[in-house]
Every structure is written in C-alpha cells, then in structure tokens.
Design a protein around this ligand. Structure first.
Ligand code: FMN
Length: 342
C-alpha cells in the first residue's frame, strides 16, 4: 500500500498550514511567478521563489525587486534569500516579509562559484560562526516562519548538515529542507537519502527531503525510507508541472495518470499567457521559447517543434505553433488507436 500515513494530516511550517506535502524547489531562472502559478494549480503545497540576492534587495536593484512579484493565487509562498552578511540578510528579510511572503528561506546550498566567492550559499556550511550569525540576525528581524535549505555539507565525510541543523533548531528555525549532495558534488552522483533519514532522527522540526525525485513512486519511497515530513521536487517539474498533482494523488492513496494531450497543451497555453502577462509580450515570448520546448520532451516530433518554438516573438505565433503541434499529436493518437483496433 503506497498511501503515506501522514498524507491527510496538514503539515505546518511554523503557523502556516500546507495543503499538501509536495513542495516545489527553488530553481533560479525557472521558478518565477508564471511557473509557480502552474505548480500551485497542480496541487503543490508550497511554492518557493528562486533565490533572491540580499544585496540586490538592500541596494535597491530594480531587477531584484521585480523578483518579489507575487499573486494571491499562489499563496502560501516561501521566498528564498542568499547572502553572507548578517545585517544585510536581516534587512533583506524584513523587506521580503513586508512584501507579503508567508515563509522566508535562507539558501545554504548554492554551489555556483559566483555565490560561493561571496561566502554565501553552500560556503556558509563550512563557516558555522557566520551561519549562526546569519540565521540569528534573520530570525530576530522577522515574525514569519523561517526555514533553511541546505546540502549534506561542503565535502564528503563531514557532519556539516547535522551541525548546521542543530544550530538552526536552537535559533528557532521552523523547518529544514535538505538536498543530500555535497557542495563539491554539485549535481553529480546520486542524492544520498540516508542522510535525510539520519537527520530526521536528530531534528525535532519538520524536515523536507529533496533530491532525485522523478516520479510519485520516488516521492513515496523517500518518505517511507527517510521519515521526512514532505518532499521537494525540482528538475522533474521543469516541463512537467503535473508531477505535483501526481505525487499528491499517489501519497493520498489514489492512482495517478499522465495528462492527456489536450490537458498538457491547456497547461502550456496557460503558462504562455501567464508569462506574457508577467513579462510583457516580447520578453515573455523569449523566455517561453525554451520552456515550451521542455514540455515536448519524449513526445513524437519534439525536435521539429522545438526548432520552431525557439524562434517565437509573439503570442499569436506561439499559439499557432502550439495548436498545430497539438493537432498533429492528436491525429497521431487517433491513427494509432485505429491501427490498434484492427
Ligand atoms: C536550474 C536550477 C536552479 C536552481 N536554483 C536553486 C535556487 O535558486 N535555490 C536553491 O536553494 N536551490 C536551487 N537549485 C537546487 C534545487 O532546488 C534542488 O535542490 C536540486 O535541483 C535537487 O532537487 P531535484 O533532484 O528535485 O532537482 C537549483 C537547481 C537547478 C537545476
């Protein structure tokens, strides 16, 4: 039986109840407002903003401030900030709270060189004193729940995650998300779920497991094997946001199904419209060139669809190409069904 024993019990992060135990991971360059709206309507219990620079907020970069745009339909939302200066992080956290975030998250996992160079992201996992100062400063500056998202640690064999989670709990952090790969690993190898299980035994606050979930079976297996309270999904949702509803259904003991061609394209049209609304037509279409292409992954004729969609410059053009591709796929399904009947 795959039904998760906690699926019916609402998970609380601080005082914020989540509608399901499936959370969308912060994905820089992807989890913007249009993406989060898709994730939310697919049954995601909590949507996370992509990481936002605390310096960018405090020094008033218009581009950074635009990243705070939100919509009541996606609530509750978690906004992730990164940085290494406790007072800058505290001020940025206050701005994020004032902007209407429900939860604030601190990034302890980013392993991109540009971020590590500034002592932020995963670099904080090997500088406990600074990590403590950052958490303390942020905790003291906001009232909303505070979470942290971390990796296993800097390099293999260490106990960074356990030490950091202990520090975080003592400072009043409300939940921890862990992606169990080291900073040095980046995205190579497999996520080591045994670290999540070990951390679950130590921590008394909600623990969110993340890493290598690509279908509902993986999500269920992670919850069973590790005892984590919720699962967080990143890469598998890119071009397939229905993974959130599929996981939710499965954890609640129901069967799940891949979307029909019609449903898949309805989602793509909704995504396109949300991007055009949010970014304006020209910029929205530029962004959607690759994003719509990802939805065609593993579908017949995807290479030629991608070649044409990666040149769109207007909504009308995109709608035309999407409609054409959808009709091509539907007619193939009909021919296939006809052949199968004979
Ligand atoms: C393109 C991309 C962007 C990411 N951006 C962020 C980010 O902004 N903040 C963060 O904490 N993690 C970020 N991550 C890490 C993911 O949130 C997640 O921890 C990781 O992808 C493992 O989960 P998955 O196997 O479900 O993808 C990013 C990962 C990818 C692939």
């Amino acid at each position: 039986m795959h039904r998760n024993k906690n699926a019916d019990k609402p998970l609380l992060i601080g005082n914020i109840p989540l509608s399901s135990r499936v959370i969308s991971a912060p994905l820089a360059g992807i989890s913007d407002l249009p993406f989060r709206l898709l994730a939310k309507s697919a049954g995601c219990g909590l949507v996370c903003f992509e990481m936002i620079s605390s310096n960018g907020l405090v020094y008033r970069s218009p581009k950074t401030w635009r990243m705070l745009a939100s919509d009541p339909a996606e609530k509750p939302v978690s906004v992730q900030i990164f940085g290494s200066d406790p007072s800058v992080m505290a001020t940025a956290a206050r701005y994020v709270e004032d902007a209407g975030a429900d939860i604030i998250d601190i990034n302890f996992g980013c392993s991109v060189k540009k971020v590590l160079k500034t002592g932020a992201g995963a670099a904080l996992m090997r500088d406990y004193d600074r990590a403590r100062d950052v958490i303390k400063a942020v905790r003291e500056s906001v009232f909303i729940p505070l979470t942290i998202k971390m990796r296993t640690g800097w390099d293999p064999g260490g106990d960074d995650a356990f030490r950091l989670s202990d520090i975080a709990q003592k400072l009043g952090v409300d939940a921890i998300a862990i992606h169990p790969r080291t900073a040095i690993q980046g995205f190579k190898g497999r996520a080591d779920w045994s670290i999540i299980a070990k951390l679950r035994k130590m921590a008394s606050i909600p623990l969110i497991g993340n890493g290598d979930i690509i279908n509902p079976h993986d999500a269920s297996r992670m919850m069973e094997e590790t005892g984590c309270d919720a699962v967080m999904v990143g890469r598998a949702a890119i071009g397939a946001p229905w993974i959130f509803s599929n996981i939710k259904e499965y954890l609640e003991g129901r069967e799940f199904a891949e979307p029909s061609i019609g449903d898949r394209f309805d989602i793509m049209f909704a995504y396109l419209d949300a991007a055009v609304r949010h970014y304006g037509e020209a910029h929205g279409c530029r962004i959607m060139r690759s994003r719509l292409g990802w939805f065609a992954r593993a579908l017949p004729g995807s290479a030629s669809f991608r070649r044409s969609i990666c040149r769109i410059s207007s909504r009308q053009e995109a709608v035309g190409l999407l409609s054409c591709y959808r009709d091509f796929l539907l007619s193939r399904c009909k021919t296939q069904a006809f052949r199968d009947r004979r």
